[in-house]
Design a protein around this ligand. Structure first.
Ligand code: HEM
Length: 396
């Protein structure tokens, strides 16, 4: 969902374009239709990505001082970069995440997921609850990313804490105390990244060798850790939860009538971890008949675009392979389209193939809960238990 308060701010059904005020009184134009979202994403001259990482709750001086104390800076590098350096930085990151390099990680990831699934099966067989977020999905993307682009030698838990803190600091409605605590967390890790950016190998070294200054190297690593890692672990959790409620799809996977890749696409369409993404208008214009003054913040409702009846046959139903299923905008579109899409799809395909059988015969003890956030769904847990005496092959 968008900000929870927006659910009641606009009467359902939402218009194609709606002007809504956020928790600090700033107005945004929420774009809901697939064709209009695509139109905005395809026109980077009129709708720039410069505001993509702006904090939705302005930071108080106390939090800014904490960030400044850590010499925190986030120059435009990837998602928020409409400048001349974007294509080159993007090309270096895209090389590191090239499909052949991603494919090479698949056997290793499959073995790791199998090991985890075996442990979780034993837990469920013993009648114990199992948390598929904490014990399966939470750190997988980070472990794969670390093999693809060298990352600072920090404990997984610390990196996840930092990434979740960043998603909250920049995209959640917050009070000043919380902002201060989050700024301390984000600032601390930014210092770790700065040291690594100066000396680290892999992607950091590639960016340095291409002549990018230290701030840019830090900014690129910062964004990769936040967007490349947290998003995918969120998606894996949300997709597993959805599959737990879709016994017919699981049955199709078992018999081979449903393809894993189709399940992943339908999952991206219906359960995208990034619900919205922002652009800013550079000139006065019109969108869907609505005036858009220069400077307007546009909130592109990617999740809603995925359920547009003009594009998908049965928009609210999980039907892998249905007409329009693959036309979702979960990865954005155009010049800034996600460069990690092949990686995210590979990880999701491995998890669906290996872990879907775990869900047979389970009941959901604790569905994922997501805190209020403009953009990211940040599930905190997904706990299941197998009904006593269940073989695991029937039931929901
Ligand atoms: C299911 C998982 C993921 C989703 C839903 C997702 C979604 C997105 C979206 C919506 C954007 C903005 C696109 C736009 O402005 O048009 C984006 C950009 C980006 N994503 Fe992802 N992403 C995912 C995983 C990843 C992964 C695994 C990586 C890398 C390891 C990654 C790296 C990036 C980068 C570098 C950009 C900025 C691209 C640019 O500005 O040129 N993402 N992603």
């Amino acid at each position: 969902m968008l900000f929870r308060s927006w659910a009641s701010a606009v009467e359902s059904p939402w218009p194609d374009v709606a002007s809504v005020a956020d928790h600090v009184g700033v107005r945004h134009l929420v774009v809901t239709r697939h064709a209009l979202v695509r139109q905005v994403l395809a026109d980077p001259a009129t709708y720039r990505p410069d505001n993509a990482l702006d904090a939705v709750t302005p930071m108080p001086v106390t939090a800014l001082r904490v960030l400044a104390g850590h010499r925190f800076r986030l120059p435009p590098t990837l998602a928020n970069n409409s400048g001349a350096s974007h294509p080159q930085i993007r090309a270096i990151v895209a090389d590191a995440l090239h499909p052949t390099r991603v494919a090479a990680q698949r056997p290793w990831l499959t073995a790791l997921v199998r090991e985890r699934v075996a442990r979780l099966t034993a837990t469920l067989d013993a009648g114990q609850p199992a948390d598929l977020y904490a014990d399966l999905a939470a750190d997988l993307p980070l472990l794969v990313l670390a093999r693809l682009v060298e990352l600072p030698d920090a404990p997984v838990g610390a990196v996840k804490e930092f990434a979740r803190a960043a998603l909250e600091l920049f995209w959640a409605p917050l009070d000043a105390d919380r902002q201060l605590a989050l700024a301390a967390e984000v600032g601390r890790f930014h210092s770790v990244l700065r040291d690594f950016a100066a000396t680290g190998g892999g992607l950091a070294a590639e960016l340095r060798a291409a002549g990018h200054p230290p701030d840019v190297v830090v900014g690129a690593l910062f964004f990769l850790l936040v967007a490349g890692q947290e998003t995918t672990s969120q998606f894996l959790t949300l997709l597993l939860h959805r599959l737990a409620c879709e016994p017919a799809v699981r049955a199709g996977l078992r018999t081979g009538e449903v393809a894993v890749a189709d399940v992943v696409e339908e999952g991206l369409r219906l359960e995208p971890p990034i619900v919205t993404w922002r652009r800013v208008a550079t000139a006065d214009g019109l969108l869907g008949g609505q005036p858009v003054p220069a400077g307007t913040s546009l909130v592109l409702w990617l999740a809603r675009a995925g359920r547009d009846p003009a594009v998908v046959e049965s928009p609210d139903e999980f039907r892998p392979g249905q007409r329009g299923s693959r036309r979702h905008l979960a990865f954005g579109a155009g010049a800034h389209r996600c460069v990690g899409d092949v990686l995210a799809r590979m990880e999701a395909a491995v998890v669906v193939a290996e872990a879907a059988p775990l869900l047979d015969g389970v009941t959901v003890v604790r569905p994922p809960w997501c805190p209020d956030n403009l953009t990211f769904r940040m599930p905190d847990a997904f706990v299941v238990r197998r009904a006593p005496g269940s073989t695991g092959l029937t039931g929901s």
